[in-house]
Design a protein. Structure first.
Ligand code: FPP
Length: 250
């Protein structure tokens, strides 16, 4: 198992995003219903969040529910929403104890009222915490996020408040849900699936991708540390040559 002492805390990514996947398959392996996998997944969430704050990450984003997940069976959606409401409320104390601020991205108006209310209470309660920001992606779709950014920009152009020539990467970024969150340097996906699933497509343009076969309910902070060690072994060139990067780092 990787040891936290193998991690160089001076070169940590600022922001790690995780696609938590494999709850259903984990439950199936135990001959249990899918919701059981989601419930055990909360243990993985707690350990990963605590581990991320402990090592010194500044932002951790968890993909908890996609816009596409609304197409799942009603019973699973209801159970997941119930779990989210209960977990957010129950874990607010853990967030306070660890000095973690909670925030959320996505089309939050889609959420059931009770879920949204509890979420807003936890966001408000933790708003002054400053060790790490935990971002929950809820009813999130990267394509929808980009479409609503285009609509807002088009509206400004129509109203004469923005010049077409002034539309650039920065102005697009300023209209995304993540306008006040740095882009993730590292994206992790569990369960062995090799896809992005409509997650942070603008923001991960230059992220390092890390895929692990571990199913989400089995994921623990040691697995996060393993991903961080792997991240730190990579050369990030941003389109430049290896020689240029070596010179810059000399
Ligand atoms: C993906 O597994 C997981 C989800 C869609 C839900 C994630 C939710 C939790 C871990 C519960 C609570 C979370 C928070 C942040 C409080 P899957 O159902 O797609 O699994 P499968 O691919 O094996 O079917």
């Amino acid at each position: 198992m990787p040891n936290k002492t193998n991690i160089n805390t001076n070169t940590l990514p600022n922001h790690v995003a995780i696609i938590m996947d494999g709850n259903g398959r984990w439950a199936k392996q135990q001959s249990k219903i899918r919701v059981f996998g989601h419930k055990v997944g909360v243990t993985a969430v707690r350990d990963t969040v605590e581990g991320a704050a402990e090592i010194g990450l500044k932002y951790l984003t968890l993909y908890a529910f996609s816009s596409e997940n609304w197409a799942r069976p009603k019973s699973e959606i209801n159970a997941l929403m119930e779990l989210l409401v209960n977990t957010i409320t129950k874990e607010t104390e853990t967030l306070m104890n660890n000095n973690i601020r909670l925030t959320a991205i996505g089309n939050l108006d889609d959420l059931p009222k009770k879920c949204l209310n509890n979420l807003n209470v936890a966001i408000e309660k933790t708003s002054q915490n400053n060790k790490m920001t935990l971002v929950l992606a809820l009813s999130y779709s990267s394509k929808k996020e980009i479409v609503q950014a285009i609509q807002q920009i088009a509206e400004k152009v129509k109203d004469g408040n923005l010049n077409i020539d002034d539309i650039n990467e920065e102005s697009v970024r300023n209209h995304l849900y993540t306008h006040n969150i740095p882009d993730p340097e590292l994206l992790i996906r569990t369960s062995g699936e090799l896809r992005i699933s409509n997650f942070l497509m603008w923001q991960i343009a230059y992220s390092e991708l890390y895929f692990t076969k571990i199913l989400w309910p089995d994921f623990r902070r040691e697995n996060l540390y393993e991903a961080l060690i792997d991240f730190q072994s990579r050369e990030r060139r941003f389109g430049k040559t290896s020689e240029q990067i070596e010179k810059e780092n000399a």
